[in-house]
Design a protein around this ligand. Structure first.
Ligand code: UT7
Length: 326
């Protein structure tokens, strides 16, 4: 008995920042950002907005497309590093917003790989018969974690949430397999001190100092991200006993268009098999893969029985992939 995705949704903060908006704040340019990352705009949380509300909106859309009510859920698993509280978890706050009680709700902290990890854990528990209807969410607001004076990181991130509803189903469709990896020895390539939750928004008076902001060793991370996303893609396909050529669409974590293109080149995949939307959202961390999935479905890029591969690499370092038969 496998798990199948039967509804998806996405939601974003109200405020859209185009690259030109950042030119007036930082020593940067639209040309640099576009050519080095592919990013053209991003949505950022502003003072008073709640990422939990945004995740609840994405979740309600996913539930309604699945034809289910919040009270039908048996578990909530959230990939996030953006809870405003040390505890309770983001998932428990989301459970409260959805008005449901008495089911397990918990977070998985794997930074940009959070959704891949959450989907893998939800699928494993569903296979073992623990739950039949599960909400899996990726939600992050890394724009609130940068030092807004640091052009190397401030231009990269956007905020948002993506959600999926999974149900158990007999038959060949659904999550075929997942692979998760971590390399703790590289923890300091991408890190942030956990001090202020999402309070330090783009427009807030409260600012993160250079020390409190995201620390990133971009070029080293770039090289590892390319290698690890290639490796995990090949291995998850091999483990499932299918061929890479049979994969209809890859939905990679959207950190940088150059990373995505390099992975596609190494895998020998044509551009039409790789979904790219980093230009519209920037790097939304754990939200990027479920937002991409929701957009790909809306754009009719995924059809019944297609093999779809999700992959990501992020802070930890963590990386992983899920292979899904649609
Ligand atoms: O989501 C988790 C995974 N994240 C990633 O995998 C991110 C991986 N890394 C990257 O995507 C890229 O390394 C970055 C986009 C972060 C940086 O691109 P890069 O081509 O590796 O640039 P760089 O860090 O080597 O910097 C090149 C130059 C530097 O100037 P000098 O020293 O050559 O004079 C930087 O100071 O670009 C400068 N620079 C900028 N210039 C204008 C860095 N950021 C900016 C900026 N605007 N925003």
């Amino acid at each position: 008995m496998g798990s199948r995705i039967v509804g998806t949704g996405r939601a974003l903060p109200r405020t859209r920042l185009v690259n030109q908006d950042l030119e007036s704040r930082l020593d940067t340019s639209d040309e640099w950002i576009r050519s080095r990352t592919g990013i053209e705009q991003r949505y950022v949380l502003t003072n008073g907005e709640s990422l939990v509300d945004i995740a609840a909106e994405a979740s309600r859309t996913a539930l309604s497309r699945a034809g289910l009510k919040p009270s039908d859920l048996e578990a909530i698993v959230v990939g996030t590093v953006s809870s405003d509280f040390g505890f309770p978890s983001f998932a428990c706050q989301l459970q409260d917003r959805l008005g449901i009680t008495d089911i397990p709700a918990f977070d998985l902290a794997a930074a940009c790989s959070g959704f891949i990890y959450a989907l893998s854990v939800a699928d494993a528990s569903m296979r073992s018969g623990d739950w039949k209807r599960v909400l899996v969410v990726g939600a992050d607001a890394l724009s609130t974690m940068v030092d807004w004076n640091d052009r190397r990181t401030a231009v990269l991130f956007g905020d948002g949430a993506g959600a999926c509803v999974l149900v158990t189903e007999p038959g060949p469709r659904g999550v075929l397999g997942s692979l998760l990896r971590s390399a703790g020895q590289h923890w300091n390539l991408l890190s942030v001190r956990n001090s202020a939750g999402t309070r330090c928004t783009y427009d807030s008076e409260v600012r993160r100092t250079a020390d409190e902001g995201i620390q990133m060793r971009g070029p080293e991370l770039f090289r590892i991200a390319v290698r690890s996303m290639e490796e995990v893609t090949r291995r998850v396909v091999e483990k499932a006993g299918v061929r890479l050529e049979d994969v209809a669409l890859i939905l990679p974590h959207q950190a940088n268009a150059r990373i995505i293109n390099a992975v596609a080149d190494r895998l020998g995949l044509s551009a039409d098999k790789v979904f790219l939307n980093v230009g519209r959202y920037g790097n939304t961390s754990a939200a990027s893969v479920p937002i991409a999935l929701d957009e790909a479905l809306e754009a009719n890029r995924i059809h019944d029985n297609d093999l779809v591969l999700l992959n990501a690499c992020g802070g930890g370092l963590t990386w992983g992939a899920n292979l899904v038969r649609w």
